[in-house]
Design a protein around this ligand. Structure first.
Ligand code: CA
Length: 366
């Protein structure tokens, strides 16, 4: 509530000063306008979901505040205006001017899009942001989405996810075979190569799918969001780490025609506000996950387990094969794979002597 009060206070202040400055600004640059824009934003998230859902609402609130009310955005939760997994098409065809979702939901239409969420055993959150903002990632992404009439921005990251909730123990790779698991993207394909069945349902359906046995296992995000959906009441074994989503980026997509109608300053405000939301969501997850894990560890029904190393090794073998095969049949994926993995190789060497070395020392005392 405090943040909302603060933001609405800003909106009020910005509104007042914008009125006073309108004439001067327009006369001096010619690039601002008093025109107002009323946009819709469709999202893939359940209403009020901490992190992603609230993050999308904050994005809209901040944009309205930063533009002095010139850009008003009505936010729709998944399923309210269009189904949760159809954000890409809704923004493409202009049903909404803006969307907030995960790029890997539309990998069926744009195979290389999944690189802009996460690929198995890929970049962590810090590395993802480094690659996007400094390694040419955003430029590749804009070029990839341009033929679809979309302009993409990074607008959130959950940090490394959990592998998910399982209703049986995983002791060897054989235990993966036959599992029906809710897991989107290439992570699901990797599980499928190991003998599981990949199921993709939106967040709103995960709890019921797991509780009724429609799936045997389900991943969503991590402690903060999984508690919000009540997943710890639907299965007992909570496995880590989420090899499939080590630093998933969340996208904000804008319809290109709508984008082109905006004056330069509103475009710049969208760019900057998405970057602010990207950091805000990541920070919220870092905090929320620590609090929620503490809570889960006190729950006697929750069995926190690390997936055995040999199972990871096998999954990694499948992931490498899946990535290679994708690059062989899709030119865009090959181009992005090279960019990501060239960076990751150098970054791994640095992580080894920085974050990894430090956390090992701090957490494990080695
Ligand atoms: Ca996930």
């Amino acid at each position: 509530m405090k943040r909302r009060d603060f933001v609405s206070g800003l909106a009020l202040a910005a509104g007042v000063s914008a009125c006073a400055a309108d004439d001067d600004t327009a006369a001096s640059t010619g690039k601002t306008s008093v025109e107002t824009f009323a946009w819709n934003m469709v999202t893939a998230w359940p209403p009020g979901l901490p992190g992603l859902g609230v993050g999308a609402e904050n994005l809209a609130t901040r944009l309205e505040a930063a533009t002095g009310g010139r850009l008003k955005i009505k936010v729709f939760a998944g399923g309210e205006l269009v189904p949760a997994l159809e954000v890409f098409d809704a923004v493409r065809n202009g049903t909404a001017q803006m969307g907030h979702d995960s790029a890997y939901y539309h990998r069926g239409k744009v195979a290389a899009a999944q690189y802009f969420t996460a690929v198995p055993f890929g970049l962590n959150a810090n590395e993802m942001n480094a690659w996007l903002y400094y390694g040419g990632g955003i430029e590749l992404w804009q070029e990839l989405y341009s033929p679809f009439g979309l302009v993409p921005f990074p607008a959130g990251n959950t940090g490394v996810q959990m592998l998910g909730w399982f209703n049986k123990e995983i002791l060897s790779i054989e235990d993966i075979a036959g599992l029906k698991m809710r897991i989107p993207g290439m992570g699901g394909e990797v599980m499928q190569r190991a003998g599981a069945t990949q199921v993709t349902v939106p967040a709103s359906e995960i709890f019921t799918s797991l509780q009724t046995g429609a799936v045997d296992a389900a991943e969503w995000v991590g402690p903060y969001n999984d508690i919000a959906l009540g997943l710890h009441k639907a299965a007992n074994y909570y496995y880590y780490p989420g090899f499939h989503e080590p630093g998933p980026n969340i996208e904000c997509i804008v319809n290109k025609e709508a984008w082109n109608t905006l004056p330069d300053d509103l475009q710049e405000i969208i760019r900057n506000t998405c970057q602010a939301i990207n950091m805000d969501i990541l920070s919220e997850y870092m905090w929320g996950n620590a609090m929620a894990l503490d809570q889960l560890q006190k729950d006697p029904n929750v069995e926190l387990r690390e997936l055995p190393q040999d199972v990871f090794n096998e999954l990694r073998r499948h992931a490498t094969a899946a990535i290679e095969e994708l690059s062989e049949k899709d030119e865009w994926s090959a181009r992005i794979e090279k960019s990501v993995f060239d960076f990751m190789k150098k970054s791994s060497a640095y992580q080894k002597v920085s974050e990894l070395a430090y956390l090992n020392m701090r957490v494990n005392g080695v």
